[in-house]
Write a protein that binds this ligand. Structure first.
Ligand code: NOJ
Length: 560
């Protein structure tokens, strides 16, 4: 296969992603150039100089495709276009060109598990009726019960409620997410071929890679009779079987699909990159990340690891080992568009679980009363720890401003389908998707001139980028300094634990060295400890003479 010409935007380095800092843009909430209250592609382009100055290597855009936004754009009606509210393909080209000028790469989100119900294929399937080829692109089945009035299986939707919806002719279709997101049938070669076309479409337009949504869900066991889950209703990674035997998730057959994708990526020079969003047991992550498949897989372990030295060390060790098994580098994530922002998670009592955090949101962020100042201090320490690790760091928009979760959005403003699908029991993810504050003053704090699709809370302006820029104590300057230093400091993929003395973790310390003569010490405890001798490169908070205070990370040159 001849290699395709390399368009603007992708550079020449095939390994650029291994130690990259990738900044996630949630386009609707980033910057709104046309003043309709929804962020857009031209808004992203206008802020690329800010991202270049921040020091990131690549920008990953969550979906910007035509969509009725039933799930924030993860319900795609057309995989090869831009939503008219967000711009045009020409705007996309201008964005890639500007990114290239600034030395930034563009990564796009690809959503292969399901489309929008507005996708032309799904509309054809509805019109064509049972038994048609059009229905074979999705998963349609007869129901159970005398009149077929019961769903074909007991599978739940990840957003709550059943995973099946009945259509007027009596058949049911599968949707592991919202009813507006019908699942594709990946046993159908036409579906496989069409996604190859989409991968080439964006690769030809200068994207350097893809973030693969729900990467572990495509290869379902659709052999008749479909298997009920019975008691095993949970889709949590640690509750999935470890042998690929679940009828829906993480089945071995999914890897064949990605080997096909790899062949498409390798048509390009440099080959296109991909990172899997695969909520699987960490021991089953490696194949997704292997060089003959997607190349990298998200490690979400920090989202559930308490900020305690022993737990953090174990998580780091295991993530590095799994990435090594795959021949990939690890990824690190403290926040993204699906979780409560980490300064707010860390403001809750240590060890708060995912359901504790959800319960806290249901009290509008009141109970238990969060310690916002401590949460931010811990977040700064965790950030410097993360940015010193080998592998790629994924930074979610606004975390460089220290944004907290907006926990008190009014229920009438909530847009996440989780809120409705859970029957009002789970508030959902809107609180981390509130449009960014760029300026302290002005309409929607510089987000755009036409308001913002989710209301910005009182006090949002105090986090604005314009007042943080140049303030050496701000979160923004901490990120900028760390990312610039990291460019020179992170030269290879090794890490050695510096202090293996028994009891070091109990004292709350995480300490490791990196090649190139520097080391990193995190004090994840309430007590200050003596600061080792040596030159301080960067600290997450001011250091009193000779001390490493509580909840502080420091990067230091080794003593000569
Ligand atoms: C994972 C995405 O990150 C999330 O936002 C979305 O709701 C689901 N996949 C379904 O596409």
């Amino acid at each position: 296969m001849p290699q395709r010409p390399h368009p603007v935007g992708t550079g020449t380095d095939a390994d650029w992603w291994r130690q990259a800092v990738v900044y996630q843009v949630y386009p609707r909430s980033f910057a709104d150039a046309d003043g309709d209250g929804i962020g857009d592609i031209r808004g992203v382009t206008s802020r690329l100089p800010y991202l270049a100055e921040l020091g990131v290597d690549a920008v990953w855009l969550s979906p910007f495709y035509p969509s009725e936004l039933a799930d924030g754009g993860y319900d795609v009606a057309d995989y090869r276009d831009v939503d008219p509210r967000l711009g045009t393909l020409d705007d996309f080209h201008a964005m890639v060109t500007e990114a290239d000028r600034l030395g930034l790469k563009i990564v796009v989100d690809i959503v292969p598990n399901h489309s929008s119900h507005q996708h032309v294929w799904f509309q054809e399937a509805l019109a064509a009726g049972p038994g048609s080829a059009a229905r074979e692109r999705y998963v349609f089945r007869e129901g159970r019960g005398e009149q077929g009035e019961l769903p074909p299986t007991d599978w739940p939707s990840s957003f709550g409620g059943p995973a099946w919806t009945r259509v007027p002719d009596g058949q049911w279709y599968l949707h592991l997410y919202a009813p507006e997101q019908p699942d594709f049938n990946w046993d159908n070669p036409e579906v496989r071929e069409d996604f190859h076309t989409t991968l080439r479409f964006w690769s030809d337009r200068g994207v350097a890679g893809f973030r693969v949504d729900v990467a572990h869900g495509l290869a379902k066991d659709l052999a008749e009779p479909l298997r009920d889950l019975g008691e095993a209703q949970s889709y949590q990674p640690d509750e999935l079987p470890d042998d690929g035997s679940h009828p829906l998730w993480d089945r071995d057959a999914v890897h064949d699909i990605y080997r096909g994708w790899r062949r498409v990526f390798d048509e390009y020079e440099p080959p296109r990159f991909a990172v899997a969003e695969a909520w699987v047991r960490s021991s089953r992550r490696a194949p997704y990340a292997s060089a003959d498949e997607l190349g990298q897989a998200f490690n979400f372990d920090f989202l559930n690891t308490p900020l305690e030295a022993g737990a953090m060390r174990d998580t780091i060790d295991s993530a590095l080992a799994h990435a090594r098994d795959a021949g990939a580098t690890s990824t690190w994530v403290l926040s993204n568009h699906d979780v409560v922002r980490h300064p707010s998670r860390y403001a809750l009592p240590t060890g708060a679980t995912k359901s504790d955090v959800e319960a806290w949101l249901m009290t509008d962020g009141q109970e238990p009363s969060p310690d916002g100042e401590l949460g931010l201090r811990k977040a700064r320490a965790a950030t410097l720890l993360m940015l010193a690790l080998p592998g790629s760091a994924y930074v979610y928009q606004g975390e460089e401003l220290g944004l907290p979760e907006v926990a008190d959005l009014r229920t009438e403003d909530l847009q996440d389908p989780i809120w409705v699908r859970s029957g009002g029991r789970v508030k959902g993810r809107d609180g981390c998707r509130v449009p960014l504050p760029w300026t302290r003053e002005g309409a929607s704090h510089g987000f755009g001139s036409g308001g913002s699709w989710l209301p910005q809370p009182a006090g949002w302006g105090s986090y604005a980028a314009d007042i943080q820029a140049g303030d050496k104590d701000s979160v923004l300057e901490l990120y900028r300094e760390a990312l610039h230093l990291r460019r020179d400091l992170v030269t290879d993929e090794t890490l050695e634990w510096a202090d293996t003395t028994p009891g070091v973790a109990e004292r709350g310390l995480v300490h490791f060295t990196r090649s190139g003569g520097w080391h990193v010490l995190s004090n994840l405890s309430d007590e200050s400890v003596p600061l080792p001798q040596g030159t301080v490169l960067l600290a997450s908070n001011p250091l009193p003479e000779g001390e490493l205070p509580a909840w502080t990370t420091v990067w230091m040159r080794n003593q000569a």
